[in-house]
Write a protein of this length. Structure first.
Length: 388
């Protein structure tokens, strides 16, 4: 079977890319080894949530899926409060002060995956091959060839690796992406709260990691606690009542007493960036191209910006009929390099600065928070960049 573009991986970024490319005049296929499972309970909340920037929401709307989200499962972040090591060190961001309606939308991973997968299944011009395991990839001068586990062979002018941090496509293309583990886990869980969050997202830079409480609809909140492996293991072993008590204490009781509604889970954290985003006949997007620390909540937004940029480059190719031409793909790579490097540098620097017991650095980082909090124009610039 022949296509113009084959996207390997139908996660959030891969699916959004395929949907964004529907108007680019290209024949498309998506290969996915493990299609998403349907929700097991109508009221259950997914422990993994994302802070979707307004820019990413606009992109997903253009993909035709944002309006399909169940609005009862989406919460707006209108304000953010970030605390340092001591109670005097705080920085606040306000959508109203920046002239915006919201800073972000909090959406469950499962809900985002649902609407994107439904969008793919509805798209008559996208061939979805799922389940479809990949066996071999060959990048030739004129075409790329993808052999599947069931014996089928797919050919395309361009193969896009959107298959996650341990990307099979990236490995097959011999693109190096040396990881640097943070030796931390992101522990996630959802809670019912005694006090209303009022659309405020909270974050604490603590000696034992970075704790965030993100607003969910009603009096619910989602936790992400990025902390050392050993501490994460202890959190995962706690009974629900003990976990709720520890999170309430660590968050200084800002949302009152807590009650676990979604059991704790965890995922490893690392810094990773592919040496190349493109080769002739190949491009990488999302986690296949880069991983960042979740303290800024920008990992998935970085991936959506990859998809948006690659879709735009391919749609604007003009008289260039070959969508896998290296010179064309280099436009995408050059356009994404600064954004990726800036976000990785910022999150890695903050992680190093706050994950440090040096008392002088503690004074410096807390002073930096207080100083930045007094600079309204600087804060608004930071907000404008973050919302995309």
């Amino acid at each position: 079977m022949d296509f113009d573009v084959i996207v390997v991986g139908s996660g959030l970024v891969g699916a959004s890319l395929a949907l964004a490319l529907r108007t680019a005049g290209l024949t498309l296929a998506v290969v996915e080894a493990q299609p998403p499972r349907p929700a097991t309970g109508t009221g259950a909340w997914d422990s993994r949530v994302y802070a979707i920037s307004p820019g990413s929401a606009t992109f997903l709307d253009r993909c035709g899926v944002w309006s399909e989200l169940a609005q009862a499962r989406v919460s707006q972040v209108e304000e953010m409060r970030i605390f340092g090591d001591d109670v005097r060190s705080e920085i606040g961001f306000s959508a109203y002060a920046a002239g915006l309606r919201e800073l972000a939308f909090i959406v469950e991973n499962r809900e985002l995956q649902r609407v994107l997968w439904d969008g793919l299944k509805r798209a008559p011009d996208v061939a979805v091959i799922a389940p479809g395991s990949c066996r071999a990839l060959t990048l030739a001068a004129e075409l790329a060839q993808l052999e599947l586990g069931d014996g089928r062979t797919l050919r395309a002018r361009l193969v896009v690796g959107a298959d996650g941090a341990d990307s099979w496509v990236r490995t097959q293309a011999a693109i190096e992406a040396p990881p640097r583990p943070y030796h931390q886990l992101g522990v996630v869980a959802n809670f019912a709260t005694a006090k209303p969050h009022r659309g405020v997202a909270f974050q604490w830079f603590r000696s034992d990691g970075v704790l965030a409480l993100l607003p969910l609809p009603g009096n619910l909140a989602s936790m992400v606690w990025s902390t050392a492996d050993a501490h994460a293991a202890r959190l995962l072993e706690l009974a629900p009542t003990e976990l709720a008590a520890q999170v309430a204490a660590a968050s200084r009781g800002v949302l009152g007493d807590l009650q676990v509604i979604t059991p704790a889970a965890a995922f490893p954290l690392r810094l990773q960036r592919a040496r190349q985003l493109v080769k002739p006949r190949l491009a990488l997007v999302g986690d296949a191209a880069h991983n960042v620390h979740p303290l800024a909540g920008q990992g998935v937004n970085l991936g959506f910006r990859d998809a948006r940029e690659l879709a735009w480059v391919l749609a604007q190719r003009g008289v260039q009929a070959d969508c896998g031409d290296y010179r064309l793909l280099r436009r995408y790579e050059r356009a994404r390099q600064e954004d990726i490097a800036t976000m990785q540098l910022a999150t890695d620097t903050l992680q190093r600065l706050f994950n440090n017991d040096n008392p002088w650095l503690a004074r410096l980082r807390n002073f930096g928070l207080r100083l930045t909090n007094r600079q309204t124009q600087l804060k608004n610039l930071l907000v404008q960049h973050a919302v995309g």
